[in-house]
Design a protein around this ligand. Structure first.
Ligand SMILES: O=C(O)CCC(=O)C(=O)O
Length: 246
């Protein structure tokens, strides 16, 4: 792994958010955006309505190679693996998000499971942004280090998960980035999105370790695996089988 990627890994583990800048160039982005917009047309979601967040989830995204390849991009997967200390992370969610302006953004929250304290670093999200986000439009804001408050603490077996009130009063700072960059988010970190004044599109994958996780995650593993087993094998290209099967 190169030094830049090592720094991304260290920052994600410490702060809960880290950005790999400019991974994709203009030509690559043009093709990714083209297939992204096509997927929205193909799934009947149209060109987007002001104030709406539209998502596409699941294996249907594998039909769009420029999107699908993001989930197994060697540098992205290498960084996710290192954050999770897992050789072969499991890709459990494949998703796109499109926010059409004017959009109010997203309120302060965590993607930690409600009320749950979990082993550290068992889940990790990445998002490849197709549009710039800035402090004047659509920046993700977060409270560095708060993911660790959702983790088991060997010196405090009675630790309780942070409350909604705790999450509401954190000191949120913005993450800015250019289209073609990748944002790595530890799901438990407290985060929000400021109001959005221009189109905001990204492709996101959520990965998990295959070892001991939380009870909620165990239920999700069962549910996703059962659903995935219904997808005809021919629709899962060979290079995705390892990362998709639990
Ligand atoms: O759109 C984003 O950048 C983050 C959305 C969000 O907060 C979430 O999916 O939990």
């Amino acid at each position: 792994m190169n030094t830049e990627d090592e720094e991304v890994v260290a920052m994600a583990r410490a702060d809960g958010i880290a950005i790999l800048t400019d991974l994709f160039d203009t030509d690559e982005l043009t093709e990714i955006r083209r297939q992204f917009d096509q997927a929205y047309l193909d799934t009947g979601k149209g060109p987007g309505e002001p104030g709406r967040r539209d998502s596409i989830s699941g294996e249907a995204l594998l039909r769009y190679p420029a999107l699908a390849n993001l989930f197994i991009h060697p540098r992205i997967l290498g960084i996710v693996s290192a954050i999770l200390s897992a050789k072969n992370p499991w890709l459990w969610q494949l998703k796109t998000n499109r926010y059409t302006p004017e959009h109010p953004g997203v309120g302060k929250h965590t993607d930690g499971f409600p009320g749950e304290i979990s082993p550290p670093f068992t889940r990790q999200a990445m998002a490849v942004f197709l549009d710039d986000i800035s402090v004047s439009s659509g920046a993700l804001t977060y409270v560095p280090g708060t993911h660790t408050l959702h983790y088991e603490d060997p010196s405090d077996s009675s630790r309780q998960a942070p409350s909604k009130e705790d999450i509401g009063v954190g000191n949120y700072i913005p993450a800015e980035l250019k289209a073609g960059s990748v944002l790595f988010r530890v799901p438990e970190v407290w985060h929000a999105v400021i109001p959005i004044h221009h189109l905001r599109r990204y492709v996101t994958g959520s990965y998990a370790t295959r070892g001991r996780g939380s009870q909620v995650m165990a239920d999700k593993i069962k549910g996703v695996s059962e659903k995935r087993a219904q997808v005809p094998a021919a629709e899962i290209p060979a290079e995705f089988r390892r990362v998709l099967s639990y």
